[in-house]
Design a protein around this ligand. Structure first.
Ligand code: TYD
Length: 203
């Protein structure tokens, strides 16, 4: 491919998106594509330090500070990892991206959604996903998958995660061309089949 692709995987904690990302990566590698697996926050380098603060800092973190840290990580990630790979013709599969900020900091924390979208634009500097999968699951199931040991974000509570879920569904409603919602309560194989079908449609 002359220009690669940028595909993002989204959903609440415990929705199974990372498993699906890996399965699609295996499928594409077997087909001969060059695949880059990456994530936000904290792909590598500076991002890993930002991730450490975001997930493990034990003091108070203001909602706006939290937003800017995710955005700072995103700008670094786009410039250092995503853009070079897409420009080199690779398929970039990214675990979380801009929609996480809209769903978590916008709908979840209650910051103005339009402003978060504007700040996202600043962070990505024109690079947008070609396709986004949202793995939708009810909050009780996703929380039970996360388990007892929770990081700072996962400790935000049921109401927070209900708002996050609504946020994702709203994003999908607004951008149906880019954002595809999958029922994450189905089996891993069933979901993988749907992911591959949607990927083929994109091609
Ligand atoms: P991670 O351990 O990567 O969670 P997961 O495996 O569910 O992706 O932690 C990332 C956490 O950060 C997750 O709770 C979602 C949250 N997050 C935001 O709140 N805003 C963002 O912009 C991003 C990228 C992630």
């Amino acid at each position: 491919m002359e220009r690669g692709l940028f595909i993002t995987f989204e959903g609440a904690d415990g929705c199974g998106k990372t498993t699906q990302l890996k399965l699609l990566a295996e499928y594409l590698t077997e087909k001969g594509y060059e695949v880059v697996i990456t994530r936000e926050p904290g792909a590598k380098g500076l991002g890993e330090k930002i991730r450490e603060i975001l997930l493990n800092y034990e003091g108070d973190v203001s909602d706006r500070c939290e937003s800017f840290l995710f955005l700072a990580d995103r700008a670094q990630h786009i410039d250092m990892i995503v853009n070079p790979a897409v420009c080199a013709g690779k398929i970039v599969l990214c675990d979380r991206h801009t929609d996480s900020s809209v769903a978590y900091q916008g709908y979840g924390r209650g910051l103005p959604v339009e402003r978060i979208k504007m700040l996202n634009e600043l962070a990505v500097n024109g690079r947008h996903p070609d396709l986004t999968f949202v793995f939708d699951i009810d909050v009780e199931t996703s929380m039970s998958r996360v388990g007892q040991v929770k990081d700072r974000m996962e400790s935000a509570g049921m109401e927070f995660f209900n708002r996050v879920r609504e946020g994702y569904l709203e994003i999908a409603k607004q951008e149906p061309q880019r954002v595809k919602v999958l029922d994450a309560s189905k089996s891993v194989d069933e979901i993988h089949t749907e992911v591959v079908k949607l990927f083929e449609e994109l091609l």
